[in-house]
Write a protein that binds this ligand. Structure first.
Ligand SMILES: C[S@@+](CC[C@H](N)C(=O)[O-])C[C@H]1O[C@@H](n2cnc3c(N)ncnc32)[C@H](O)[C@@H]1O
Length: 262
């Protein structure tokens, strides 16, 4: 069984990498990765500061970039740099190996800011108690288990802690969102990254942190426009309506929102 999964995974991986490689080869200036084929400039990939931050993210993955999330990381670095000027700490719900958060911390020379980065994950994949019936039906739990088995999701909180040991001002909180949210012992948040690939804990995190978000705080939803994650998008749209705000849909698969100043 594990062997069959492994073969399927490798085959799917090969097909995916080839599908992105073809447009890049025919049209060399095109960005083609991570569900995005774009003709506009992606000059940011050549920026030495971007490269350094991105490579720190790759280091968190164990040195091999199995994501190719360049444009997503570019958006994440911009969002975090914007939030770094505001009062408040940083939170990520769904950290896994710490790819995006390591890139952010490297880019901002983290300990210099005097903020704390709270890093929340089960480190055991999705918690079935916080997955909807539809997500379960669409195979969310099976995919989460496969991601853990193949090392796409981190399965060791200790390894993740070792990755972040380069910085002082952070706390890794292992356990299930929403149950761990009250372990985030700050009442001011400037940057919130939500990336748990299932709606119930994501909605809970946004609702929980909303009153704590500093005016102008940046919230980045990793999965908002990803194909096949309609339930997450609709759930977030419902929360946004309740809160009287709008989410900007990005072609990277992300969603972006700001806490209004008033
Ligand atoms: C796509 S990964 C996160 C990737 C990460 N943001 C990065 O930059 O590499 C999704 C993560 O969400 C975590 N997760 C899923 N449901 C969760 C929950 N209810 N509470 C905490 N973590 C959860 C999984 O364990 C997994 O590590």
């Amino acid at each position: 069984m594990a062997h069959t999964w492994s073969m399927r995974f490798r085959l799917a991986w090969f097909v995916l990498r080839t599908a992105y490689w073809i447009p890049r080869t025919i049209l060399p200036d095109v960005y083609s990765n991570d569900a995005l084929i774009c003709f506009n400039s992606h000059a940011f990939v050549d920026d030495p500061e971007f490269k350094r931050a991105y490579q720190r993210g790759v280091q968190a993955l164990g040195g091999k970039d199995f994501y190719h999330w360049e444009w997503r990381v570019h958006v994440g670095l911009w969002a975090a740099a914007t939030a770094s000027h505001l009062e408040g700490d940083f939170v990520e719900c769904g950290v896994s190996h710490g790819f995006l958060s390591s890139a952010v911390m490297e880019n901002l020379d983290w300990d210099r800011l005097g903020k704390t980065f709270y890093l929340l994950d089960t480190f055991e994949g999705m918690d079935e108690r916080f997955v909807t019936a539809l997500e379960r039906k669409a195979g969310a739990l099976t995919k989460s288990k496969a991601a853990l088995d193949f090392g796409i999701y981190a399965n060791s909180a200790d390894q993740v802690r070792a990755n972040f040991s380069q910085w002082r001002n952070h706390r890794v909180i292992a356990g299930t969102v929403p149950e761990t949210l009250d372990e985030v012992d700050t009442d001011r948040v400037a940057f919130l990254h939500i990336d748990m690939n299932c709606a119930p804990p994501e909605v809970a995190a946004l609702k929980y942190f909303w009153p704590k978000l500093t005016p102008g705080a940046v919230v980045l939803l990793d999965d908002y426009t990803q194909r096949g994650r309609d339930e997450q998008r609709q759930a977030m749209d419902d929360v946004a309506k309740e809160l009287g705000i709008a989410i900007c849909a990005l072609p990277t698969g992300q969603g972006l929102l700001l806490k209004p100043a008033r």
